[in-house]
Ligand binder design. Structure first.
Ligand code: AMP
Length: 396
């Protein structure tokens, strides 16, 4: 398989699928350029190796060509980020004019294509559209992990036009490498910490993880579906009654597979969903009518810390409680600290999923974990054990 390092880009036009889906304010100013910055190493490598870059992305959810979803506001910033490299913008992502601009592109130059989703064919994975994109360049580089779970024209389908000239960009390859340290060949003991609001959104990952982990920690609002399933009183805590059977199954499966399943033994209960609520620490299955569990309690925290501290691989997805409110943040803070401690001792730690990444940033511990994945849906599907079209297309 080709990589950015092995491929000879000299004189070649590299079609690079990036994720430039950045937030813009009402004046079309970029309010967070993280995604653009993350794509720089790949673009820079192509240019440094004598190639030119045809950069393509989607932005937002246009229903056809809509000026407010144009990539034009990104051109100057991309040029600045690349240290003044000339960046031109094409009027479209396909068509005669775009083809002419691509044909005229010289080594060291960058052409940014207009929003791919101005054409409905992109999301449909239309082969003819993919071919028109492919005609613009000599090789295809997928550096958009965030859309790797979509079989779109630019993220997967166009791979077929570059059987020997396709590769991951540096962002996707580091993401895949890090995820595989967890999913494919984890050092043991391996602990997965699954938190967040709902069992329903995490159930497939939990089931997949049961085949891989030594310890499975359940945190967040999900706890209470498990506690209720096992006969506890959970008051008005978050609960998905449709998932009670599923929760019981997971407890059974964990036993069968010898997985140490850790569900909170105690919790911080509140009489309303507010930071100034009255609070008390109670057993997780002993919550009064009208009260709700909003964080894990001190006994649970102690167990979490011990288990995480003895782990060689840690995956953390989702907070232990309502960490956005100070009085219910202790469990999530403790997990963060324990993950950082384990990492210091040599564990590989991966934090992924919107809210745990937000927590890690909020608590200022992002430097202390091995890898942070911001990929959202693609990450979740990878953890669920699914083959991602954008990854498979490069590997096949
Ligand atoms: P998710 O997007 O599923 O990862 O859920 C994250 C959200 O779950 C965060 O906004 C937390 O505030 C919320 N959450 C965590 N624990 C609880 C809980 N015990 N009760 C209600 N919400 C919770």
């Amino acid at each position: 398989m080709q990589t950015i390092d092995t491929y000879d880009f000299s004189g070649k036009k590299a079609l690079i699928r990036v994720d430039f889906n950045v937030p813009l304010n009402e004046n079309f100013e970029i309010t967070d350029d993280t995604r653009m910055r993350k794509a720089l190493p790949t673009i820079q490598a192509v240019l440094a190796k004598g190639g030119s870059a045809i950069v393509m992305s989607h932005l937002g959810r246009p229903k056809g060509p809509e000026a407010k979803f144009s990539l034009k506001p990104l051109v100057n910033h991309l040029s600045e980020l690349l240290g003044g490299v000339k960046v031109a913008i094409a009027p479209d992502c396909i068509g005669d004019e775009t083809q002419a601009l691509a044909d005229a592109l010289q080594p060291g130059e960058v052409l940014l294509l207009e929003n791919l989703r101005f054409h409905g064919e992109e999301k449909k994975g239309d082969e003819d559209f993919a071919k028109q994109l492919a005609n613009l360049g000599d090789c295809w580089v997928n550096d958009a992990f965030g859309t790797a779970h979509r079989a779109h024209a630019s993220t997967a389908v166009m791979a077929k036009f570059f059987p020997n000239d396709k590769m991951f960009g540096t962002l996707v390859s580091s993401e895949v490498e890090s995820l595989d340290k967890v999913v494919a060949n984890p050092q043991r003991p391996f602990t997965a910490i699954m938190g967040g609001a709902k069992v329903s959104s995490k159930i497939t990952i939990i089931e997949n993880m049961l085949d891989k982990v030594d310890n499975l920690i359940i945190g967040g609002g999900m706890i209470f579906t498990f506690v209720k399933a096992m006969g506890g009183n959970i008051g008005s805590s978050l609960c998905e009654d449709d998932y009670l059977e599923m929760a019981k199954n997971i407890v059974e499966k964990a036993k069968e597979k010898g997985v140490n399943l850790i569900i909170a033994s105690d919790c911080v209960a509140a009489d309303k969903f507010a930071n100034d609520a009255n609070i008390e620490t109670v057993a997780a299955g002993d919550i009064k009518e009208g009260w709700m569990g909003l964080d894990v309690g001190p006994d649970t925290i102690a167990t979490f810390k011990e288990v995480i501290g003895n782990s060689a691989t840690v995956l953390w997805n989702g907070p232990a409680g309502v960490f956005e409110m100070e009085n219910f943040a202790a469990g999530t803070v403790a997990i963060g600290d324990a993950v950082v401690e384990a990492t210091k001792k040599g564990a590989f730690s991966l934090v992924g999923g919107g809210d745990s990444v937000a927590a890690v940033n909020q608590f200022g511990i992002s430097e202390g974990v091995s890898y942070i994945s911001t990929a959202g849906g693609a990450l979740l599907e990878y953890l669920e054990g699914k083959d991602l079209p954008g990854i498979a297309a490069v590997r096949s």
